[in-house]
Design a protein around this ligand. Structure first.
Ligand SMILES: NC(=O)c1ccc[n+]([C@@H]2O[C@H](COP(=O)([O-])OP(=O)(O)OC[C@H]3O[C@@H](n4cnc5c(N)ncnc54)[C@H](OP(=O)(O)O)[C@@H]3O)[C@@H](O)[C@H]2O)c1
Length: 320
């Protein structure tokens, strides 16, 4: 089968389409013939080498979420899974392939009315948005900022904050056109990437959900209201400056909180419960996904070029 691996870390040209053996599901796993493969910001971060400290090596098969039909099950897995249409989390590898394996604990049936393409635009990122807002102890009436809102995590976070009664939902994004698209999803104020603009935007925020990180993170720490909570969920802009914590200490008397949040720390059953509910909402149109483009699997490098060029709004999806 065809799969896409990182031959060389760095730019998208380092991705290579190769032939590999069809994986055999281990005990507790299922194998899925992929119909849709999510191309996430985390894939770009791994490809660039930003997460080198985590031990990623050349030859790494990218991709963490797929949707398709179960073609085989490993020992201990109910054979009734075979033939079912599912969404699956494959971990931090294995998704960019014609067939992928996943632990049955990370597999959910697709509800009627949810396409495989929409499932991979929501599956992994929706739970990050949900639990990040929960971790931030978001309460109705509060002023929320979603930094890096035009990706899948942000798109869901904006909708969840809006529908759960946020007093305002500000976003950062790189263009007015993208801002208009975020307003359709519930954003009330549109700021540029540096946090400027946004007519009548609140000066401070009770909750910041940050997908970006990077050198400008301290600017946004400064925008927290007293008792404000900042939850960093991503690093699409790179690591923050090493001394960013100094800003928190300088503001000691305002009782600010900074947290990182990874959905890896949420029990799988809790993630699945939230994901099932979000899938059901998406099937009904109550939670919206944004699929930027569907490209063939062997165009994975093009998908990454589009991400790097900042063209993507929502998710790019690969289809074998
Ligand atoms: N916490 C978790 O459990 C978890 C789980 C999965 C993934 N992640 C992390 O989440 C991130 C990916 O999330 P995603 O797919 O939603 O994001 P994404 O689509 O890669 O990026 C979101 C938006 O950030 C903006 N952006 C990109 N580079 C920027 C920069 N240098 N400075 C400022 N803004 C920038 C872009 O929007 P504009 O052009 O409109 O500004 C982009 O659309 C990765 O860091 C990944 O590691 C976390």
């Amino acid at each position: 089968m065809k799969a896409v691996v990182i031959r060389e870390f760095g730019n998208p040209e380092g991705l290579e389409v190769i032939d590999v053996p069809v994986p055999v599901p281990a005990p507790g796993q299922v194998r899925i013939a992929t119909e849709a493969i999510g191309v996430g910001g985390v894939d770009a971060v791994i490809r660039r080498g930003t997460l080198a400290a985590y031990g990623f090596r050349a030859g790494h098969l990218l991709g963490s979420e797929v949707a398709g039909s179960v073609t085989a099950v490993g020992e201990g897995v109910d054979a009734s899974w075979i033939g079912r249409r599912v969404w699956a989390f494959t971990g931090l590898s294995g998704g960019y392939a014609e067939q992928a394996v996943a632990s049955v604990d990370d597999v959910l049936p697709l509800p009627h009315g949810l396409t495989s393409t929409d499932a991979v635009a929501l599956g992994a990122s929706g739970v990050v948005a949900h639990f990040a807002l929960e971790r931030a102890r978001f309460a109705p009436g509060e002023a929320v900022l979603v930094r890096g809102a035009a990706g899948s995590i942000g798109i869901t976070a904006v909708q969840l904050a809006a529908r759960n009664g946020a007093g305002s939902v500000a976003v950062t994004t790189s263009s007015a056109e993208r801002g208009a698209r975020l307003r359709e999803l519930g954003a009330t104020h549109v700021l540029n990437r540096s946090g400027e603009g946004g007519q009548d935007a609140p000066a401070g925020f009770d909750v910041v959900i940050d997908v970006v990180g990077g050198p400008q993170l301290p600017l946004f720490l400064d925008r927290l209201n007293s008792n404000g909570r900042y939850v960093a969920v991503g690093v699409v802009g790179g690591q923050p400056p090493a001394d960013f914590g100094t800003r928190l200490m300088d503001a000691f008397r305002r009782s600010l909180s900074f947290a990182t949040f990874s959905s890896d720390t949420v029990p799988g059953s809790d993630r699945n419960a939230v994901r099932s509910s979000q899938f059901a909402d998406a099937a009904l149109g109550d939670l919206r996904t944004r699929v930027h483009e569907v490209l063939p699997l062997d165009q994975a490098a093009l998908a990454h070029r589009k991400m790097d060029a900042g063209e993507v709004f929502g998710r790019v999806v690969l289809a074998p």
